[in-house]
Design a protein around this ligand. Sequence first.
Ligand SMILES: *Cc1c(COP(=O)(O)O)cnc(C)c1O
Length: 378
Amino acid sequence: METLGKGSSVLIHLNHLKENYLQIKDRFPQCEILFMVKANAYGHGAVEVARYSYRELGIKEFGLASLSEAIEIRDHLPEMKAELYVFSDLELEFSESKETYLNKRILPVISNWEDLEIILNDGEFEHLPLCLKFNTGMNRLGFLHDEVEAVIERLKKAGKTEVHHLMSHFANGSLSMETNKRNQVQRERFMAIKETFIKAGLKLEKTSLGNSGAIEQGIGGDETHLRPGLMMFGPSSLAPLHKKEGWFKGRVVSELKAKVLKVFPVKKGDPLGYGSTPCGEDGVVAIFSLGYGDGITTQFRNAKFTHKGEVAKVCARVCMDMTYLLFPVGSKIQRGDEISLWDEDSDNFEALSESVNAIPYELVIQLTSRVPRIYQLD
Ligand SMILES: *Cc1c(COP(=O)(O)O)cnc(C)c1O
């Protein structure tokens, strides 16, 4: 990490993560946070993000997609006494996985009958806390909401008296929680599922439903836990029409820095780079040190960036390791300048992701390992 020869990097501002987290805790003081750090903590570095969140923020539960993601965190942070949940790729059908779950204290979130049978039929799993996910309308993983009686019957037959964590997941968290019919139905179904468990005499230790979009609208606080991912990293999940329904104003945790390698004046029509793309207007070209090999994909061909008050547009084709930016005539941009392609401003970050036809989730995730992550506490 000391030698940053490429001159480009992504700064991870952990103090922004803290501020975003405190905003959620402030709004929902009664809830615990199960922080979703799947996909390498949305590209920010799962181990570093989990370490900071555990030590500095006191977060004690983390969500991963696959067993290997959970193993990575457990092995790198052996002293961490947090619960690690695996949500989708459980690999329970492999006998080696059983040892891993038990020895490394990892919790599989059971969402289908095959996996449920595996853990109920194996005596060694007897003391494994039972985590269940129901499908209330997302139609991805999860027991069907109308299978709840059958699930309860099976659990009782196996002698279970409690569920450690019962969950469901919104399909339309970016849309209104109040007026969107599908969101209403999902909330009602989850409530009904919980009631059925309780009436059947099964204790529900923890429950969670809200992801970022719901949390941003103040929904999810009836459960013991919230499961935010994206908002912890700053961007909003809300669709533009619903932004006003949100209370949250996040600071983007990542800041992508690149170095200007060359600056030269151009005239409209001058050929630039591969394919000799004609320049659209007069101006000043600055070539910066990131390209599609770093995650600045060819989708950035229409991106706009703001640098020291000047708006620069990507021009010419994105190269593997460099990108052309067109600044206005008279620009002060210079060779050797450092530019931030995005910073803490979440509105700019969301506008940038829209201009490249991506969702905010993708921009950091798609940065490749060529771009060093540098962690900053302030
Ligand atoms: C990814 C994920 C979340 C977090 O979603 P965000 O929209 O990033 O807040 C919550 N729950 C489940 C099951 C997930 O897969």
